[in-house]
Write a protein that binds this ligand. Sequence first.
Ligand SMILES: [Cu+2]
Length: 161
Amino acid sequence: MYGIASLLKPNAVLLVALLVVGAGILAAGCTTPGGNVTQPTGTGTPTATETANVTTAATTVAGGEAATVDLAAENIAFDTSTITVPAGAEVTVNFDNQDVGILHNFAVYTDSSAAEEIFVGETITGPAETTYTFTAPEEPGTYFFRCDVHPQQMTGDFVVE
Ligand SMILES: [Cu+2]
């Protein structure tokens, strides 16, 4: 019995040693793929966080009251002389320049001196449509809008209430 036991012991030690080495290799093998799996997961998590942040930002923006304005320019004139929006609103202006070959834009200033701009839209050549978005002033009052290309002919009151 002792003889067998003593014969088995070295084998057992060898087996344990092999198992330990094997386990080490397996562990190493598992760690590397595990690390690779973890990295994309880690990359995916910030992406999800960014998406969440974007969503949050969008929600915050949407939190401001939205106002949509349809505005057309034809024969060097706007089709309205007064635009009214809620204070602090996220304003969307659907601008339709119907004048062929003529430049127009939409711009809002604090007053008719046009010294202090609130929003200046990109100029477009008709016939063309564009969409302008900006945030209305928080302070209620009567501001001023115009086409910068035709500051005499194309003006109006931009009312914030
Ligand atoms: Cu114009």
